[in-house]
Structures are given as C-alpha cells and as structure tokens.
Design a protein around this ligand. Structure first.
Ligand SMILES: Cc1cc2nc3c(=O)[nH]c(=O)nc-3n(C[C@H](O)[C@H](O)[C@H](O)COP(=O)(O)OP(=O)(O)OC[C@H]3O[C@@H](n4cnc5c(N)ncnc54)[C@H](O)[C@@H]3O)c2cc1C
Length: 288
C-alpha cells in the first residue's frame, strides 16, 4: 500500500541558514529529503512514517565540487552522474567513478546523491566502500555549528550513524592520494547493472620502494554497515609486492566480515567471493 501524500509536510528552505533555523525550531523532527530515490521506495511501500520533510534541493550551499591542492570536497547533493562526469574524480578517485557507474541505472544516477547514499546507511550501498578506501571525511552541519568526522568512524552498526537528528551531511571531503597509487573496485551482483551488491570490495594502496606503504580496503554487503578490512590491511601493510602474503590476508579478512544469509546471497557465498575478490585485488597489486 502506498503512503498518503497529504500526511506529509514538506518544507523547501531557500538557503542553508533557513534550513538550520527550521531545524532549530523543532529539533530532530525533520527528515532530510535529497534525491528521494531511497525515501520514495519506502513511501511507495507505505512504510514511510508521516513526518516533516526538509527538501534540500534549493540549498546551493550543498551543491558543487571544490578542488584544492590536497582534496576534493563534494557537496552533499552531488549526484552519481556528476561524479561520473567530473574530470578530477576520474584523475584522483577512479573507484568513485566505478561506484557511481555501478549504482542503479541512469535515472537513479541523475537524481541520487552521494550524501543520500551515505546517510541511508545501507550496508550494500556502492559509494561507501570507495569512500572508506580513500580515507574520506564528512562535514556535518547543525544549528549548533559544524563538525568533521572520519568516515570510517561514521557507521556504528546497522543503520546507526554518528549523526544527530538535527545534523545535515554538508560535504564529503576526500584527500588526494599521494605518490604512486593502486586503485581497485569490484561489485558482485546478480547482473552487471541494476543490481544491489552481494559483496563489494574497494581498495587504495600507495606503493613505495616496491612495498605496500599505505593500504585501505572498504567492504560492502558483508557486515551490518560498510566496513574497513583492518585485519587484512594489517596483514599486508609494509609487505613487498613481490611476495605478498595472500593466504594470510585472505584468512585475516574472515575477521573483518560478519556476513548474513539474505534474499541476495548466503553468508557462505559472501565469505568465499569476498576473499576471492581480495585474491584478485592482490594479483593486480602484485603486477602494479
Ligand atoms: C531502482 C533503484 C536502484 C538503486 N540502485 C542502487 C545501487 O545499485 N547502489 C546503491 O548504492 N544504491 C542504489 N539505490 C539506492 C539510492 O538510489 C541511493 O542510495 C541514493 O544515493 C540515495 O540518494 P538520494 O539523494 O536519493 O537520497 P534520499 O532518498 O533523498 O535520502 C536517503 C536517506 O538519506 C537521508 N539524507 C539525504 N541527504 C541527506 C543529508 N544531506 N544529510 C543528512 N541526511 C540525508 C534522508 O533523510 C534519507 O534517510 C537504488 C534505488 C532505486 C530506487
């Protein structure tokens, strides 16, 4: 059964200041609405609780991508299409281009936003593994001011976020990789396109003197939230590309995951295939 539109109150502030004022007047009672591609699915299923919505679409402060010498700063309303089309994203963050291409179809990519993908907090979302691999930070704004949080601290459990009810995700800050970098992204779904992932692995490594000098691995669909594969990372850090401890890293990855059986895949499938993705990533890294 669908939701009933007159039950919903939608406010459309013209500026971030106005949005924060509304939020200050009724703390915690507004649900942000960006592209609506997640919220409208819940509405259509009749499961969206009647509430007050804060439509963010007119907030110019949450749009655009800024580049400086050390980072790219994406406005919360940056769409997947904008990520795909941004030259600097291709240059510095190829995994983000692949994540955006892997998300839904063109209509979803035109409307769906980066902040919505993060804040919806699905363990199967496609940009979080790449954002974890690139060491992203989030800027959150509320009537109380601005704060920054490391993205790998943001997800605190299934649909639990380090974000208060009166906070908006304003920017996603991604530091530019230094030196010689290796990038890997692979999503496994039932189809090549228009499929929610069964498992997803994104990695960024910096190579120095033939060794793994820096490594971050982000995983999707294998835990209650997107997670860093810290045990696998620890097994590989500092190791020479010529003799990467593949078996030890695959073993260590087991401690990074807590996959479940669901409609898309079994826990066993997720565990085996994610370790295979790590093996593939390491073969490519060894030849990088
Ligand atoms: C047909 C279809 C296919 C899809 N395929 C994929 C896929 O392959 N991969 C994938 O990852 N996702 C997929 N999605 C899910 C969805 O498109 C993405 O998660 C998208 O990024 C959501 O962004 P949005 O702007 O539409 O969010 P909305 O629906 O507007 O909001 C989603 C959630 O985020 C919150 N929110 C939004 N912006 C902010 C903000 N700035 N600050 C705080 N909270 C905020 C909202 O309150 C809400 O809880 C699909 C959806 C559909 C309908």
């Amino acid at each position: 059964m669908r939701g009933y539109l007159p039950d919903f109150d939608v406010r459309v502030p013209a500026s971030l200041g106005e949005a924060l004022e509304l939020m200050a007047q009724a703390p915690g009672s507004y649900t942000p609405l960006a592209g609506g591609t997640d919220l409208m699915v819940v509405y259509n299923a009749g499961r969206l609780k009647p509430t007050h919505f804060l439509d963010l679409s007119r907030l110019a402060e949450l749009r655009g991508t800024e580049e400086d010498a050390t980072s790219l700063r994406f406005g919360a309303l940056t769409t997947f299409t904008e990520l795909r089309e941004c030259r600097a994203v291709h240059q510095h963050f190829p995994n983000l281009v692949k994540s955006a291409r892997a998300t839904g179809a063109l209509a979803i990519q035109n409307r769906g936003t980066l902040a919505g993908n993060i804040a919806n907090a699905s363990p199967a979302a496609d940009t979080p593994p790449s954002l974890l691999a690139y060491g992203a930070e989030l800027a959150l704004v509320s009537p109380r001011g601005l704060r920054r949080v490391a993205y790998d601290q943001f997800h605190q459990g299934y649909k639990r976020l380090d974000m208060a009810a009166d906070e908006l995700l304003a920017r996603i800050i991604v530091p530019k990789p230094l030196g010689r970098g290796f990038h890997y992204f692979r999503k496994v779904g039932t189809r090549q396109a228009q499929a929610i992932s069964k498992t997803c692995l994104a990695a960024y490594a910096r190579i120095e003197d033939g060794c793994v000098a820096e490594l971050r691995i982000g995983l999707g669909s294998v835990a209650p939230a997107p997670v860093r594969a810290r045990n696998a990372e620890a097994a590989l850090l500092g190791k020479p590309l010529a003799s990467l401890p593949v078996a030890a890293a695959r073993e260590a990855l087991l401690a990074d995951m807590s996959p479940i059986d669901d409609i898309r895949a079994t826990a066993h499938y997720r565990s085996v295939v994610t370790r295979n993705l790590l093996g593939q990533m390491l073969r490519e890294l060894a030849n990088a």
